[in-house]
Design a binder for this molecule. Structure first.
Ligand SMILES: *Cc1c(COP(=O)(O)O)cnc(C)c1O
Length: 229
């Protein structure tokens, strides 16, 4: 068995253990393999181990890998910051976009997606810590924006995404993820019907699962330590 297959199995085992701990159905959590900075060959290898959903942070890498792996049934998720002038590539190549952080980018993606393709599945990125350096919408602005995004024709609004402050402390990790869970509860009380909480990475997936994550985004634990781009 290859190294990537081995590591994928370990990640699945971590997810299973976390779901047992919190008495959740293991099938309620999707594993997104974050392949940023890794070559198409690594993605192909993970695909051969059964992985189908991959996350990319950079538009140039998304385009290149989507093209060179067009023979595989991959579900592409864009999870990085998106500049307006690069939105067309995401509208054309991605199945999901997790990092909507302003109305204008949602409008562009909807227009560029068009009505012929299936709708782009989208999440609103929330800035939980309020740091100016982080992308994402402030929690108190989320509901109004979600209502507007929901009206765009070629997007399907699925949920919320966040990248909390890194912390090695399980309780602190849980507290941040709980904020996102509560925001989804508030949104759903307002009738938004969000089914996705995109939260949890290699270092904190257990806390994310404990707090209701439905999709964990895992890079390092599957592909290894990344080198600078
Ligand atoms: C890189 C990245 C991940 C994966 O992080 P790891 O710690 O390597 O698992 C998840 N989500 C986003 C948005 C990322 O940029």
């Amino acid at each position: 068995m290859s190294d990537i297959c081995d590591k994928l199995q370990t990640v699945h085992a971590r997810i299973d253990a976390a779901t047992r701990q919190s008495r959740r159905d293991p099938h309620s959590i999707q594993l997104l393999a974050v392949s940023k900075t890794w070559p198409a060959a690594a993605v192909r290898e993970a695909w051969h181990c059964g992985q189908r959903a991959f996350g990319e942070n950079y538009v140039d890498e998304l385009i290149e890998k989507a093209r060179s792996l067009a023979d595989l049934d991959i579900e592409w998720h864009y999870i990085g910051h998106l500049q307006s002038n690069k939105s067309r590539a995401v509208a054309e190549h991605a199945h999901w976009m997790h990092s909507i952080d302003r109305y204008r980018i949602a409008q562009r993606l909807s227009a560029q997606r068009g009505a012929v393709r299936p709708p782009l599945q989208v999440c609103l990125q929330i800035n939980l810590s309020g740091e100016a350096s982080k992308s994402g919408v402030a929690p108190d602005q989320a509901l109004a924006l979600l209502h507007k995004i929901r009206e765009l024709p070629n997007l399907t609004l699925r949920g919320l995404m966040a990248i909390p402050e890194p912390s090695a402390d399980f309780t602190a990790q849980c507290a941040a993820f709980a904020q996102l869970r509560e925001l989804r509860e508030a949104a759903n009380q307002a009738g938004l019907g969000l089914d996705t909480l995109s939260m949890g990475m290699s270092g904190d997936l257990e806390a994310a699962v404990a707090e209701g994550s439905t999709l964990v985004r895992i890079g390092t634990a599957i592909f290894g330590e990344r080198h600078a781009r």
